[in-house]
Ligand binder design. Structure first.
Ligand code: 2AM
Ligand code: CA
Length: 275
């Protein structure tokens, strides 16, 4: 149980997300790609780094002793596994731009994802779409909200009525494996969307726009905030084997709960042996 006031934590996350969102709107479609990370599909721009800096400063001003696990600075701490293994009491998990490929291309669909966990348990999640100014937020046991209004997962009860989200993760192997899931599911669901931001896909599951989402080989910052959103909106989040979501999960399945078993069964059959 967190001892601090989670309303204050949420306000800090909101301020940080809005500051990053301002930069994203300003630079959309005209950033310079300054680097690739794990491979040629994995872009990073100066704006990703500036967004992470402004988020870090905002968090540090309010909570100077907290640890911040951010996508653009994680390498200097030895990687996500090392940071999670250190069991920080108060941990923020930050993706300054989730959907950098869209951002670079000028496609207005990406998000800022900020989560706060106390002793490894997610307590606050915020996913912000800076172009539509849609702010998805959740506090553990407090429900999930879109711009302050309560949201809930969809009521579809079968795969055939479901619109599913997934992605093309970075890396040849990851892409090949995840695509097997798409090939299996495409004829069995209403349709599949790959919108380019894992965090927003999970937020869309939380508000019922998508029925479910899966993707393999993700990193904690792609999922942490969105996972709490789905849980607090009445949905279910597990790994691909059906184990409950934790910050260590890489292969995630998040749904309205009603289709969870059916989707897991298909994905396990199509992909699990090859992950
Ligand atoms: P990003 O824009 O923050 O990199 C698209 O399938 C999703 O995969 C996006 O959420 C994207 O986030 C994420 N992604 C891109 N490269 C990745 C990598 N090397 N490892 C894990 N996730 C990645
Ligand atoms: Ca990112």
């Amino acid at each position: 149980m967190a001892t601090r006031d989670l309303t204050v934590v949420l306000q800090v996350a909101e301020r940080a997300a809005e500051a990053a969102g301002e930069l994203i709107r300003q630079w959309s479609g005209r950033p310079e790609v300054v680097d690739t990370k794990s491979g040629p599909h994995d872009l990073v721009t100066e704006v990703d780094r500036r967004c992470e800096s402004v988020i870090r400063e905002t968090i540090r001003d309010a909570f100077p002793d907290d640890f911040i696990l951010g996508e653009e600075t994680v390498a200097q701490y030895g990687g996500a596994e090392v940071v999670l293994g250190a069991e920080h009491e108060d941990l923020w998990v930050v993706d300054p731009i989730d959907g950098t490929t869209n951002f670079v291309a000028g496609i207005p669909f990406c998000s800022v994802s900020i989560a706060y966990a106390h002793r490894g348990i997610l307590e606050v999640g915020m996913v912000y779409h800076p172009y539509l100014k849609e702010q998805f937020s959740a506090v553990r046991s407090g429900g999930a909200f879109l711009n302050g209004r309560p949201i809930r997962v969809s009521s579809a009860s079968t795969l055939s009525e479901s619109v599913l989200g997934t992605g093309f993760p970075s890396g040849e192997h990851a892409r090949a494996v995840n695509t097997k899931g798409m090939v299996d599911l495409a004829p069995r669901c209403r349709n599949i969307r790959t919108l380019g931001s894992a965090a927003l896909h999970l937020a869309y599951v939380a508000c019922g726009r998508l029925t479910g989402f899966w993707e393999t080989h993700l990193n904690p910052w792609d999922m942490a905030a969105g996972a709490l959103l789905v849980q607090e909106a009445g949905g279910q989040v597990t790994d691909i084997e059906g184990r409950p979501y934790t910050l260590e999960v890489r292969h995630v399945v998040g749904t309205n709960g009603l289709i969870h078993g059916e989707l897991l069964g298909r994905l396990k059959g199509a992909m699990a042996a090859e992950i």
